[in-house]
Write a new protein. Structure first.
Length: 132
């Protein structure tokens, strides 16, 4: 038995977890569902002003212009990935936003904006999941 953050993990806990997962993987009509296989994940953080990688691997970043960066996947996905991005540390208390301007199996262009909807160089955290 192993203690994890104050919780004991036992065979009973694992059995319960397996039951929960089995229920999650069942469609509403009772037919079994399947998880998509053969996926890879590339995730990381980068400096929005320079494109320097802060964390993660499998990608480089090109700083195109203020608030516009291209994440280059070192080994492209075999098909289109799903990409999400969020900005780190809002500037001056303003709300900030990021969106994926465009993407292919080898790149994701991410735009970032400050609270007054002006392009701004803000650090970005992203995740891309797609076919290996």
């Amino acid at each position: 038995m192993m203690a994890t953050k104050g919780y004991n993990v036992s065979d009973a806990n694992i059995s319960t977890l397996e039951t929960v997962l089995a229920n999650v993987m069942t469609k509403s009509d009772g037919a079994p569902s399947s998880l998509e296989t053969g996926l890879k994940i590339i995730r990381g953080m980068y400096n929005g002003g320079t494109g320097a990688v802060i964390s993660g691997s499998g990608f480089t970043v090109t700083h195109n212009s203020t608030g516009n960066n291209t994440v280059n996947f070192t080994v492209p996905f075999s098909g289109s990935p799903s990409v999400c991005a969020t900005l780190i540390s809002p500037q001056n208390g303003y709300a900030v936003s990021a969106h994926i301007s465009s993407y292919t199996n080898s790149i994701a262009e991410i735009a970032s904006f400050n609270g007054v909807n002006t392009a701004a160089d803000i650090n970005v955290s992203f995740i891309a999941i797609g076919p290996n």
